[in-house]
Design a binder for this molecule. Structure first.
Ligand SMILES: [Ca+2]
Ligand SMILES: [Ca+2]
Length: 410
């Protein structure tokens, strides 16, 4: 039986005390199937029955009844669309085989996958989206590696095993294909090191992600909450949910391959532009990627303190900053407890015309001085005059000190 994408299937009450049986057949649902709240009996999938909830389809559970394995060959429920439990504070048990390539949303009560769960193998959860505001329970749940998309929404959200023990107690790796989001006051504690190679988002100011052995970020770390850990970043740290403040209670060490991404859409820190707030030491290296959002145009002299720390040392080696009106550029200014982006008059020094003065300008600066013709061939859209750091109309050795001053922090 196929249910079209505009179709509706309502699984209502037939005879009290007698489960509804799907025996030996296949249902392909492309529409909306509602398992009504007034249903007091289970759904039995028997003799190899298959329920395919197709991509784009919805299967909505409004009760506390179960989808059970009936007699005969193993039956299965395959979700590629949305499977959601919206009503009922008790348990909906799925006793037949279950797979999730779509979205499993648990807004109320418990969804208990007691039968074979194709997405869970060893200690890894793979594939599918899991938006959990209530409780997801499955047999032997003990996720050490997440390779799926998990959103834990609110303090009560939980993933547990059949004994109601925390299924995330040993979660220590967010795989490159994994996404992990903590929202609306949901906290998380890892006793030991946590490695993030995928997307890790702490999506609310009142959510804290703690890792007592540190957070090794190789993927993307984003959000507006608190990271209670020493953080090493060889991936991307992007404060804010456009824009906002990401707080680290601990130290922040950015590796040469690391990047800090800052969006600037106004003058208010943490509100209109992103900020990383580090309680301990910030040791900087790698790249700073700053961009303007919301059509914001900064003026000469504008300052954006995007990083504050107990103490800050090191510098960003590579700058990706927005191009401003001619005659001005954005440059980082390093202080002992903060780093700001300052809109400065741009005399020159930007030898590769990427709107920043950084290490990538060293080679073209030298080339401009020793072989201006070769420089112009290699950088046809840039001007030799960018090397005239002391504004005397010449590009020569007298410009070197001023270039170094522009390149290196005081
Ligand atoms: Ca440059
Ligand atoms: Ca000069």
């Amino acid at each position: 039986m196929d249910i079209a994408s505009n179709g509706m299937l309502t699984i209502g009450q037939v005879t009290t005390g007698i489960p509804q049986v799907l025996s030996g057949c296949t249902i392909n649902n492309a529409g909306t199937a509602t398992w009504a709240a007034n249903n007091t009996d289970d759904l039995l999938l028997a003799n190899g029955a298959v329920f395919n909830n197709l991509a784009g389809a919805v299967f909505e559970v409004q009760n506390n009844k179960s989808i059970s394995q009936g007699a005969g060959a193993a039956s299965s429920f395959n979700n590629a669309g949305t499977f959601r439990k919206t009503q009922g504070i008790a348990t909906t048990t799925i006793g037949c085989a279950y797979s999730n390539a779509g979205l499993l949303t648990i807004e109320s009560g418990i969804v208990y996958i007691s039968g074979p769960f194709a997405n869970y193998s060893g200690t890894t959860l793979t594939n599918g989206d899991y938006a959990v505001a209530a409780t997801l329970k499955f047999t032997n749940a003990n996720i050490a590696t997440n390779a799926a998309n998990i959103i834990l929404d609110g303090p009560a959200s939980a993933i547990v095993n059949q004994n109601n023990q925390d299924g995330l107690a040993n979660l220590s790796v967010n795989d490159a294909s994994g996404s992990l989001t903590f929202a609306n006051g949901r906290n998380f504690t890892r006793n030991g090191l946590f490695t993030n190679a995928g997307y890790l988002t702490v999506n609310a100011a009142n959510s804290t992600f703690m890792a007592t052995g540190g957070l090794d970020n190789q993927g993307t770390l984003a959000g507006v909450g608190t990271i209670a850990a020493n953080v090493t970043n060889s991936g991307v740290v992007a404060p804010g949910v456009s824009p906002g403040t990401l707080t680290i209670t601990g130290n922040y060490t950015q590796a040469a391959s690391g990047m800090l991404v800052i969006e600037i859409g106004g003058h208010a820190p943490g509100v209109e532009f992103d900020r990383l707030d580090v309680s301990g030491t910030a040791l900087l290296d790698g790249a700073l990627d700053a961009s303007l959002i919301s059509t914001f145009v900064p003026n000469l002299g504008d300052s954006f303190t995007f990083l504050v720390a107990g103490s800050s040392s090191g510098t960003f080696i590579t700058l990706n900053v927005p191009c401003l009106a001619a005659g001005s550029l954005m440059a980082p200014v390093y202080h002992t407890t903060s780093v700001e982006l300052l809109v400065e008059p741009a005399t020159s020094g930007d030898m590769d015309c990427n709107c920043a003065v950084d290490s990538s300008d060293v080679v073209p600066f030298v080339l401009a001085l020793v072989d201006p013709t070769a420089y112009q061939v290699q950088y046809p859209n840039c001007s030799l005059t960018h090397a005239d750091m002391n504004n005397d109309g010449l590009q020569d050795g007298a410009d070197i000190q001023e270039f170094l001053n522009a390149l290196l922090p005081p």
